[in-house]
Design a protein around this ligand. Structure first.
Ligand code: IPE
Ligand code: IPE
Ligand code: MG
Length: 240
């Protein structure tokens, strides 16, 4: 933590929390045991991010594609979501963290929707960090909804540019993530924040999500701080 340059922090970090199933399997347990232990990693990472001064943390918790998993696993994940939100609202309040969501929340069981709504309204005035949970989320789905709403609003082609398009995304009030982390040694995007990660720095680690802790987050931030973000320019231009 001491090694991190506080003047060069990403404002927004996004994390694809992957590897719960393999973590459980390696211990001879059922997949859901991995998901349960993933909650601890969420708590520690959220705290760690707030402590170091990250303003936005987006966690990919459940993708639109994850609905295709066995019904038993989906149900267990939804039950876990309800209990985790319920238990962790206190952690959010203690750490002055505001909760929000992206994704097709209406698809979630009503109990989960209600629990989320409560936590969102309870934490709405918190200011230290915004925690965005991506639930039943897909990047392509989000872009399609944006296109449909642009058409519904009767926009003319010349009114549409990157800035106006961005206003139609569910992340409109959140800056693009400077850093995207994925755990578990998978090197793919899996339909996460497709528009928003156009220029994100990508960081992959073999650590399985239930083992991820704030020290791992800080390691990723330190690595981010070694990167030269050129945005199409040359090194020489940046040094001027
Ligand atoms: C991530 O872990 C959690 C969710 C996608 C909900 P996985 O369940 O994908 O774990 P692996 O990838 O099978 O190990
Ligand atoms: C991506 O993980 C979604 C979440 C972490 C919520 P998956 O484990 O579902 O991704 P794929 O299907 O292996 O790419
Ligand atoms: Mg996975």
């Amino acid at each position: 933590m001491e090694e991190i340059d506080a003047t060069n922090l990403p404002k927004h970090i996004a994390i694809t929390m992957d590897g719960n199933g393999r973590w459980a399997k390696s211990k001879g347990k059922l997949r859901i045991f991995g998901h349960k232990n993933g909650v601890k990693a969420v708590r520690d990472t959220v705290e760690g991010a707030a402590e170091i001064g990250i303003k936005y943390l987006t966690l990919y918790a459940f993708s639109s594609e994850n609905w295709n998993r066995p019904e038993k696993e989906v149900n267990a994940l939804m039950t876990l979501l309800v209990s985790a939100i319920n238990k962790e609202t206190k952690t959010l309040m203690d750490n002055n963290i505001r909760l929000s969501t992206i994704g097709d929340i209406n698809k979630l069981p009503s109990k989960a929707q209600k629990e989320l709504q409560e936590a969102i309204s309870k934490t709405k005035d918190n200011t230290r960090m915004t925690l965005v949970l991506a639930l039943s989320y897909s990047g392509r789905g989000e872009i399609l909804i944006a296109v449909k709403n642009i058409i519904k609003d009767g926009k003319e082609p010349e009114e549409i540019n990157e800035a106006t398009f961005q206003q139609y995304l569910t992340t409109k009030s959140v800056p693009d993530p400077e850093l995207l982390i994925r755990t578990s040694g998978e090197y793919r995007i899996s339909n996460f924040l497709l528009w928003q990660i156009a220029y994100s720095e990508l960081y992959f680690t073999d650590t399985l999500w239930p083992d991820f802790r704030k020290a791992d987050l800080y390691k990723a931030i330190l690595n981010y701080q070694t990167r030269e973000r050129r945005f199409g320019k040359t090194t020489e231009q940046l040094q001027k």
